[in-house]
Write a protein that binds this ligand. Structure first.
Ligand SMILES: C[S@@+](CC[C@H](N)C(=O)[O-])C[C@H]1O[C@@H](n2cnc3c(N)ncnc32)[C@H](O)[C@@H]1O
Ligand SMILES: Nc1nc2[nH]cc(C(=O)O)c2c(=O)[nH]1
Ligand code: SF4
Ligand SMILES: [Mg+2]
Length: 253
């Protein structure tokens, strides 16, 4: 298994596709255009990046979860009763079975959002591609590494932006680009990335959202006003992190 997923594979090699699921829960969508919408979240384990600030540490830095067959996932989703399903991670699009899940959710009439870092373009039905391209400020330098001493810095840096994948996602799906912002230093990179993307695909300012960095209320208290002001200055949208405001960093929210 690749370095990006250290979760043990299922023992039985049945025919049914399976996903390593870190958590499956019902909540309100906390980020982006659909903030506040009751949604069921399927969080897969394993990521090809290592953002130093990752709020889902147990899907990236120390991936954990249980393998679940797709029908089992669909059964649990159905039990929660929401029309909206959010497939997230980790990086959900690392797993081929995510595409199978998206197809079956579409057949059953769910609205699907995929939360992705934008390095892999899916080939499956998606109602909203919620893309969060990773800026240089996400890179786990030795000083910022939450686990080691910067062993992931180079790999993260090489992989974090793939223009081809980003453009394909934006062409193929209704999308939002949700940038995690720590400060003014991030803005030049965002505008450069958008101008490069505009050579291939139209991305509207209303589909660009700035999200304050912060996995806890305490951290958001330091970042949210600064980021809101940057959004106003640049004509981009601001997205809160509603779930953090409501439930702080509690799991399953
Ligand atoms: C855990 S990621 C999973 C999906 C995918 N790997 C990605 O990064 O988009 C879900 C969302 O949380 C955001 N996120 C993670 N840690 C964060 C933090 N400390 N502050 C703000 N947003 C964060 C990501 O940028 C992404 O939009
Ligand atoms: N409530 C809530 N909304 C979310 N939107 C995106 C999330 C994610 O982790 O991908 C997330 C999450 O973890 N919780
Ligand atoms: S890409 Fe997403 S899941 Fe992966 S480390 Fe970054 S925030 Fe975490
Ligand atoms: Mg989250």
């Amino acid at each position: 298994m690749s370095d990006s997923l250290e979760v043990a594979e299922p023992d039985e090699s049945g025919d049914e596709p399976a996903l390593p699921v870190n958590e499956l829960f019902h909540s309100l969508q906390g980020e982006g255009k659909l903030s506040g919408v009751p949604s069921t979240f399927v969080r897969t384990s394993g990521c090809n990046l290592r953002c130093w600030f990752c709020d889902s540490y147990h899907t990236s830095w120390e991936p954990a979860g249980d393998w679940m067959g797709i029908e089992e996932v669909l059964g649990e989703v159905e039990g929660h009763g929401a029309e909206h399903v959010v497939l997230t991670g980790g990086e959900p699009l690392l797993h081929d079975a995510s595409e199978v899940l998206l197809e079956r959710l579409a057949e059953r009439g769910y609205h699907t959002t995929v939360e992705t870092n934008g390095t892999i373009a899916p080939d499956a039905p998606v109602d909203l591609a919620s893309v969060s391209p990773k800026l240089a400020s996400s890179t786990p330098t030795p000083e910022k590494d939450p686990k080691g001493e910067g062993e992931w810095e180079e790999r993260h840096e090489e992989r974090r932006i793939d223009y081809e994948a980003l453009a394909t996602i934006c062409e193929r799906y209704d999308h939002q680009l949700k940038f995690v912002v720590t400060g003014r230093e991030d803005m030049a990179e965002i505008t450069d990335l958008l101008s490069r993307l505009h050579e291939r695909v139209e991305v509207r300012d209303e589909d660009v959202l700035l999200m304050p960095e912060g996995a806890t209320r305490e951290r958001l208290d330091e970042t949210r006003n600064r980021v809101a002001e940057l959004a106003m200055e640049h004509g981009f949208r601001y997205t809160p992190r509603l779930h953090v405001d409501l439930w702080n960093d509690a799991p399953g929210t």
